[in-house]
Design a binder for this molecule. Structure first.
Ligand SMILES: [Zn+2]
Length: 145
């Protein structure tokens, strides 16, 4: 009888993950069945999924993905994410997802992180997303609170 296959192990930006690793975005799913699908190139089905996958990309250091999902009109020329191991991501809470129409959505979220032993930082933002060519893009956002 063939051995039972164990979890498949792979690396994302230097992070050791398996196909059963929990998704950093906080949904109770494995990364490969959640944000990992959009990281791999499938279009995120809605703005909230894209927003979650961008948060996951920040936690995994996927700079290219963060930039690729940023609308060209507002995308920065470059992005220096914190060096691996500097920032600890503590979690994401999606507060609201408002669909304006088929091509515009707003997602309000709180993302918490900490650098070293410093107190946790809280990013509370209402982000705007637009859909072009079948893909959602982050446009910009307002900081709240
Ligand atoms: Zn996810």
């Amino acid at each position: 009888m063939p051995p039972r296959p164990g979890p498949r192990v792979f690396r994302i930006a230097g992070h050791r993950m398996t196909n059963v690793s929990a998704c950093p975005c906080g949904l109770p799913r494995a990364l490969v069945d959640c944000c990992g699908r959009w990281h791999a190139g499938e279009p995120a089905p809605d703005a909230e999924a894209l927003m979650r996958s961008r948060y996951s990309a920040y936690t995994l250091g996927l700079t290219d993905y963060v930039l690729a999902t940023w609308h060209p009109h507002t995308r920065p020329a470059g992005l220096a994410l914190d060096p691996p191991g500097t920032r600890t991501w503590l979690g994401l809470a999606v507060r609201a997802h408002r669909r304006i129409d088929d091509h515009r959505s707003e997602v309000e979220f709180v993302a918490r992180s900490r650098i070293g032993g410093a107190p946790a930082q809280r990013l509370h933002e209402r982000s705007r997303f637009v859909r072009e060519g079948g893909r959602w893009f982050y446009l910009d956002g307002d900081l709240l609170g």
